[in-house]
Design a protein. Structure first.
Lengths: 326, 393
């Protein structure tokens, strides 16, 4: 427990800003902090850990406040001091963790950082992390969850930004975090220009993995191939359209027969010349020759016109072919 | 086949007094054994570690099955189904086929053998006696290989004569092993069919890692025919790859060089199918496997299977190759829909009952036949006239 302390003024020159051992916040968001400090000053003291032999102080709680004060040109900060002879690294980090948890929830990257620090800096055993700390962080107490979050900690900076911006799902980020640094570095710019729905993200990664395994190419080679890069750069398309186009490309490469069948179906369907209110769809994946026909009308006249269009389509040679696509 | 040798045996408290337990412990003398009260409490330990699906099989659990042994085959929901039954004498298999569904299906990753085999036989007999008009074709190969553990369990010498005593039931022992020595000399009375899952040598080497070679399987089939058993073959899973035609045609050719087509009661065809979860497991456990990279589409119950034209082509060609060598053989599709039957075979059974009746007939289990067979008089199915390989006993 933190004993009642009397805050003291500590020169910022004695604070080691490079040491981020106890940092939890992913984003320091200094603009808002500086505005707050300008308006009302430093309300709460930070917590610092005194290094042995007087070699300055490590930041335990208050990274944003201290960076803000430094940015504002302040020379000192109000701080509670812990001494390294009295507080172990684990104790100090737990103070930082509880200080943060008391007023906010961690985002996935912060939870990952906490677990990484507990394991690798504070030497907390995996079993304890799973049983005690995962629930504390609002996570399920399973080994694979711990492994996922430990991997997530190594995510490439640009991908971290995409995750926090909601452009990547957590599972996609976890998957990328497990891949090589080279892949993360090379894929990040592509993902920055493209948007995929959550389900498409999963599919695209799976398709790319399969294509890599089939062709012997690396995932980097698949995901940064010429065609993909060219789609990602296509300024005529929205970022969502680019995503769909990349998915389509990978799907065609992975499933050439299914893709050809779909294209053939669309071509024959178009040849029937039916109005847009009539929808024709094949059995899923052409499992049977069955064809589903639906149409919407809002008047008797529209009904008659649709029926006539269907009659005309019935005489079209493409109709037979629709039942024999594969 | 690589024989099974566990590193430890866990015996459920209630199973200690079963004769099968004592028999297996005797066979595995030297392997440490201890008693367990609650098998479920072992699961966290058995499922721990990255490669638990491999390591857990080194633990053999001898336990009593407190539930039902006999169930409908999982294919029972298919549009055209042969109305088969399964009895599960064991859970899991050490043969390590990369595509094995048990990897994703079993909650307990150890290898479990049920020791209350008497209860199994009592249950089967109860059902068979309760429905004397109904024909029961029953297999033990759903959650385990039927014969790969037979040197340990010695169950076939119990089950084969037992099925001979049931006029309306036939046992099918499906295997990828060549472990048939225990079948020699048994009084099967035509009520046991021994069948093999077959694949080309390249698939056996690369994807069916600890199983018997094709030659060993076919030689075992030949011996079983010599001992009067009818035999069956299952090209399931059929696996599509470059060069599959030449390889599978070669297997069909080798098959009918080894066995007499007249003594083959059925041959099933079924293309590879698996769940998305299984795909992940295969990729992780067997990174060199090519199995996950076919052109799959989702089908019934979320299972992935080859795009239909691929299946159509494989079935049509397989049937044609089999037909050249064994025109009388009953070839059927497992877990396929009517459209696939019609496209690949040119016709489909009118119903599951029709397929089922054909298989009963091919198994030699029409009622008239049974009546005669039981008196040892029949040598041909009285329904269809097909010759039936009879026991030499």
């Amino acid at each position: 427990m933190l004993r009642a302390m009397i805050p003291m003024e500590v020169p910022l020159s004695e604070v080691d800003f490079e040491d981020e051992t106890f940092r939890i916040s992913e984003d320091l968001d200094l603009d808002r902090m500086v505005a707050s400090l300008n308006a009302v000053g430093q309300i709460h003291p930070v917590v610092l850990l005194e290094r042995a032999y007087g070699n300055g102080h490590r930041i335990v709680c208050g990274f944003r406040r201290l960076h803000g004060l430094r940015l504002m040109g302040c020379g000192q900060a109000s701080a509670n001091l812990l001494h390294s002879t009295e507080s172990s690294t684990l104790e100090a980090f737990l103070k930082a963790m509880w200080d943060n948890l008391s007023h906010r929830q961690f985002n996935p990257l912060e939870a990952a950082r906490v677990l990484h620090t507990l394991k690798n800096v504070c030497s907390v055993e995996a079993g304890i992390l799973v049983e005690r700390f995962l629930p504390l962080l609002g996570l399920s107490p399973h080994c694979h969850v711990l492994e996922s979050y430990l991997a997530l900690h190594g995510l490439y900076p640009e991908l971290r930004r995409l995750l926090l911006a909601g452009r990547l799902t957590l599972s996609t980020a976890e998957c990328l975090a497990r891949s090589t640094p080279e892949l993360q570095r090379k894929v990040a710019p592509v993902l920055g220009k493209v948007r995929f729905s959550a389900s498409l993200q999963r599919e695209v990664l799976e398709l790319a993995e399969d294509l890599g395994a089939i062709s012997g190419a690396t995932l980097v080679e698949v995901l940064t191939g010429t065609e993909i890069l060219s789609i990602a750069e296509d300024s005529n398309l929205s970022s969502f359209q680019r995503g769909e186009k990349i998915h389509g490309l990978l799907y065609r490469l992975r499933n050439p027969r299914v893709a050809r069948a779909r294209e053939a179906f669309l071509a024959e369907k178009a040849a029937l010349g039916l109005p847009g209110t009539v929808r024709l769809s094949p059995d899923p994946f052409f499992e049977s020759p069955r064809l589903r026909v639906e149409f919407d009308v809002n008047s008797a006249q529209a009904f008659h016109e649709t029926v006539k269009a269907l009659e005309r389509a019935g005489l079209n040679a493409s109709l037979d072919r629709l039942f024999n696509i594969v | 086949m690589v024989p099974y040798r566990p590193e430890q045996i866990l015996v459920q408290e209630e199973a200690w007094n079963d004769a099968a337990t004592q028999r297996m412990l005797g066979k595995l003398a030297g392997v440490p054994a201890r008693t367990v009260r609650d098998i479920d409490s072992l699961l966290p330990e058995l499922r721990s570690g990255k490669d638990f699906r491999t390591t857990a099989k080194r633990t053999l659990i001898l336990a009593r099955n407190s539930g039902q042994f006999m169930k409908d085959c999982p294919g029972a929901g298919a549009e055209i189904c042969c109305n088969y039954y399964v009895i599960n004498y064991a859970l899991n298999c050490h043969l390590e086929c990369t595509y094995c569904v048990l990897q994703a299906f079993l909650n307990n990753p150890a290898l479990t053998i049920y020791t209350n085999i008497d209860d199994l036989m009592r249950e089967v007999k109860g059902k068979a006696v309760a429905s004397p008009e109904h024909v029961f074709r029953i297999g033990t190969g759903e959650t385990a290989d039927s014969l790969a553990l037979d040197d340990l369990t010695l169950y076939s010498p119990l089950l084969v004569p037992f099925f001979r005593s049931l006029p309306n039931a036939v046992l099918e022992l499906k295997t990828k092993s060549a472990q048939v020595a225990n079948l020699h000399g048994l009084d099967h009375g035509g009520h046991t069919i021994i069948s093999w899952s077959l694949n080309p040598r390249t698939i056996i080497r690369g994807e069916e890692l600890k199983t018997a070679s094709l030659e060993e399987r076919l030689d075992a089939a030949r011996r079983c025919q010599e001992w009067g058993y009818r035999v069956g073959f299952h090209f399931d899973p059929l696996i599509y790859y470059e060069g599959w035609e030449q390889d599978y045609q070669g297997v069909v050719r080798d098959l009918f060089r080894a066995v007499d087509p007249a003594g083959v009661c059925w041959i099933s065809l079924g293309c590879l199918r698996f769940t998305p979860h299984l795909k992940d497991i295969v990729r992780e456990r067997f990174p060199r496997s090519r199995i996950p990279y076919g052109e799959f589409v989702p089908g019934n119950h979320g299972k992935l299977r080859y795009f239909r034209p691929i299946r159509d082509e494989m079935y049509a060609k397989m049937r044609s190759w089999i037909g050249e060598k064994a025109p009388q053989a009953l070839v059927y599709l497992c877990m396929e829909n009517r459209a696939v039957w019609e496209r690949s075979f040119g016709q489909a059974p009118a119903s599951s009952d029709e397929l089922s009746a054909k298989m009963d007939c091919s198994a030699g289990l029409s009622r008239d036949f049974l009546a005669k067979a039981h008196r040892g008089e029949a040598s041909a199915c009285v329904s269809c006239g097909n010759p039936i390989a009879r026991s030499k006993k």
